[in-house]
Design a binder for this molecule. Structure first.
Ligand code: ATP
Ligand code: MG
Length: 159
C-alpha cells in the first residue's frame, strides 16, 4: 500500500500551519478528499492551504453553495462541501464534471455524499476530533498523491 503520514494538531493555528505546508506540495490535477465529522477542521485546513498559496481574502465554508472557486495565478482551486448535496441531477446542472481537470486542484469536504459521481481521490485527509486538538492522517491512493506526500514528508524532516 502507499505512503501515509499522520500529525497531531493541538489547535487551530496548527491546522493552518499544516495547510500552509500542504500548499507547497500541491500540483494541478490533484483530487483531495477531506474526511471527518462536523467541526473537525476541514475548512480550517483549506483556509491554511489558500493562505499558503497567497490568497489574501476570506475563505468561506461552501456548505450552502456546494463550491467556492479560487484562481491563484494559473491554478484553479475548487473547494467543495457536499454536506447538503443529495440530488445527482444537480451534479450535471452545475457542470461539476468540468471542475476536475489538468488546471485544477479539488479539495472536497463530505465526499461520501457525492459517492458515485466524484472521481477517485489522489489523497485522503482524515480528521479525528480528540478531547483536545485533532489527529490528522493523510494517505495516498495514486502515484501523484504519493509524490505530494513524499515532498511533504521531506518538508517535515529535511535530512
Ligand atoms: P464542517 O463539516 O461543519 O464543514 P469542518 O470540518 O470544516 O466542519 P472547521 O469549520 O474547519 O470544521 O472547524 C471547526 C472548528 O474547529 C473551528 O472553530 C476551528 O477553529 C476548530 N479547529 C480547527 N483545527 C483545530 C485543532 N487542531 N484543534 C482544535 N480546534 C480546531
Ligand atoms: Mg467545513
Amino acid at each position: 500500500s502507499k505512503l501515509g503520514l499522520s500529525f497531531y494538531l493541538a489547535n487551530e493555528a496548527d491546522t493552518l500551519t499544516l495547510g500552509k505546508k500542504i500548499s507547497t506540495v500541491l500540483k494541478p490535477n490533484l483530487i483531495i478528499f477531506l474526511n471527518g465529522n462536523l467541526g473537525a477542521g476541514k475548512t480550517t485546513l483549506v483556509r491554511g492551504i489558500l493562505h499558503g498559496l497567497g490568497h489574501q481574502h476570506t475563505v468561506k465554508s461552501p456548505t450552502y453553495n456546494l463550491v467556492e472557486i479560487y484562481k491563484i495565478s494559473r491554478l484553479y482551486l475548487y473547494h467543495f462541501d457536499f454536506y447538503r448535496f443529495s440530488d445527482p441531477y444537480e451534479w450535471e446542472e452545475a457542470g461539476f464534471r468540468d471542475y476536475f481537470n489538468a488546471n485544477s486542484v479539488c479539495l472536497i469536504e463530505w465526499p461520501e455524499k457525492a459517492a458515485g459521481l466524484l472521481p477517485a481521490a489522489d489523497l485522503q485527509i482524515n480528521f479525528q476530533i480528540l478531547e483536545s486538538g485533532r489527529n490528522i492522517s493523510i494517505h495516498a491512493d495514486t502515484d501523484a498523491g504519493e509524490q505530494c506526500l513524499l515532498c511533504l514528508r521531506h518538508r517535515q524532516n529535511p535530512d
